[in-house]
Design a protein around this ligand. Structure first.
Ligand code: SF4
Length: 519
């Protein structure tokens, strides 16, 4: 409902205040374009233009130009909550904050999420900004925290709440204010980049100005490879083993777990963009003079190419690169030859690692037909997309739910790996399925361990087909469609009502089409 308290704009800040009332009450379910316009008018044009350049959307070809996924701000929130000695404060509508805190605790945040509430009055009078400033001062205790992160959600972003005017530092505590509106940042993956890059920028400025804290375990003797992207905990040690023959070490994983690790990340000899959507973070590394390498050590061909690219970027001699390849690839070939995936698969997700998993599936013998990712095409996943396409796999970047579902229905796979709604639809169609986030992302992917870990879980899931068939036979169409729910007697059908509804829907569809063609 678009109801507001009728506050008269004060003369001092006409543009933001004129816009704010119309923004209040809107959210991700409605008014994306209106909020975007409001934010531009309220002074957020520059930051939104940067987001549009960093996180490009697909040209609008269907009902969505943005993949359906959870509230993007969750990505930034999660990055802040996972860092030691970091306080994270949300500024946004109570319903958004409720959802975000719920999700954080569901994922084991074990940390309070700060919240500065607002109402129409505090939003339009500028009092909200004063409240945020007060909250930041209250949190900035150097004995407790290294940094305070403030995240503007949709409505404060649309209203131009100027987090850039917060002090950069209070008592030695860094203050980072970012706008993460759903109408500017397409996915929660890219929202991780927004905060990671803001922190890298801050740390880079500090490092340029003078000496900074060394990593907790001290600075290593070997040149290090910084890993960009959250990954399964067993992967960095596995990558370290692969790098050792080249005289390289695994460095920091970004997003980092504490502030001082940011300096170590910037200090890496090479940056491996394992997850390909960290566009703004890459800009910071490049500003620090660090070469950035895409793709990842997955499967034999992926690992061969990645080790070569990392070695070349770090100036490693070719005989050492060959030694590293020999040490890893023969073991990997053995693992891949010993067990094979038998079956056709479709794969979709929003983590950013979908193409890497796809490569591994193909090398494990899977008949992979489709990979959909909510993330955009970038220079760091281009080689993976090309490789998959060369194997006949349809790769869809910025995939919408409709495209993911169409792939399942088109290819009728033996296994659908996907997001919650894809898995649900596949199960309904009697197709075994696995959640990408919980069951595929949560296992090693890189090197020999990665090659060994996937086959078992995939073959196990495919082998469930007989159980699905039995269940389908037993339940038939009980609970399907409008028969869902609890009935005390046999559901009665109303064919006339159905025909009416169908006619209304057809008319509405024709009207929409006519409007689209007219517009
Ligand atoms: S902050 Fe997130 S949940 Fe709230 S309106 Fe924006 S996109 Fe939706």
């Amino acid at each position: 409902m678009d109801r507001i308290i009728p506050i008269q704009p004060a003369a001092a800040e006409p543009s933001a205040q004129a816009i704010a009332p119309s923004a209040d009450g809107l959210g991700c379910a409605t008014g994306k374009d209106a909020m975007h316009q409001a934010a531009v008018a309220a002074g957020k044009g520059e930051v939104l233009a940067q987001y549009a350049a960093d996180y490009p959307l697909q040209p609008k070809a269907g009902p969505h130009d943005q993949p359906q996924s959870m509230c993007p701000a969750f990505g930034s929130l999660r990055v802040g909550l996972r860092m030691r000695r970091t306080a994270t404060i949300l500024s946004g509508s109570a319903c958004c904050v409720y959802g975000l805190t719920f999700t954080s605790h569901f994922y084991g945040a074990r940390r309070s999420v700060g919240y500065v509430p607002f109402n129409s009055e505090t939003l339009v009078t500028g009092k909200l900004f004063e409240d945020i400033r007060e909250a930041v001062h209250a949190q900035a205790d150097p004995a407790q925290v290294d940094a305070v992160v403030v995240i503007n959600l949709c409505v404060p972003s649309a209203s131009g709440v100027p987090l850039q005017l917060l002090p950069k530092e209070i008592n030695g505590v860094r203050i980072i204010g970012i706008d993460v509106p759903g109408f500017g940042v397409p996915t929660h993956a890219e929202a991780k980049d927004v905060l990671a890059a803001a922190m890298l920028r801050y740390a880079r400025t500090e490092a340029a100005a003078g000496p900074v804290a060394a990593p907790r375990q001290g600075r290593g003797a070997l040149p290090a490879v910084t890993l960009l992207g959250e990954m399964f905990p067993a992967d960095p040690p596995g990558i370290a083993q692969m790098l050792a023959p080249m005289g390289l070490a695994v460095g920091t994983v970004v997003p980092t777990r504490e502030w001082r690790e940011l300096y170590a990340a910037l200090d890496g000899a090479v940056v491996a963009a394992i997850h390909p959507f960290y566009t703004a973070s890459v800009r910071e590394f490049e500003a620090a003079g660090r070469p950035v390498v895409g793709s990842a050590p997955v499967g034999v061909e992926g690992t061969h190419d990645w080790l070569g690219a990392i070695g070349a970027a770090a100036g490693v001699a070719s005989d050492k690169i060959d030694a590293a390849r020999n040490a890893t690839l023969s073991a990997m070939r053995g693992v891949l030859a010993a067990q094979k995936i038998q079956g056709r698969i479709t794969l979709s997700g929003y983590e950013g690692s979908e193409l890497l998993v796809g490569r591994l599936l193909v090398e494990c013998g899977a008949d992979l037909r489709y990979v959909g990712s909510a993330c955009p095409a970038t220079p760091w996943n281009a080689a993976d997309a090309d490789w998959l396409r060369s194997k006949g796999v349809h790769v869809q970047m910025r995939a919408s739910l409709e495209q993911d579902l169409a792939a399942v229905s088109e290819w009728k796979p033996n296994l659908a790996i996907g997001t919650t709604p894809v898995v649900q639809a596949a199960k309904q169609a009697c197709i075994p399925s696995l959640y990408f986030t919980n069951l595929i992302s949560a296992r090693p992917l890189m090197g020999v361990a990665g090659a060994g870990s996937l086959v078992q879980v995939i073959n196990g899931a495919i082998a469930n087909q007989a159980r699905f068939d039995r269940m389908h036979e037993f339940f038939g169409n009980v609970g399907d469609g409008d028969r869902a729910g609890v009935w005390t007697e046999e559901p009665r059908e109303f064919p006339a009502f159905r025909a009416d509804t169908r006619r209304m829907n057809e008319k509405a569809a024709k009207r929409r089409k006519a409007e689209e063609m007219g517009g």
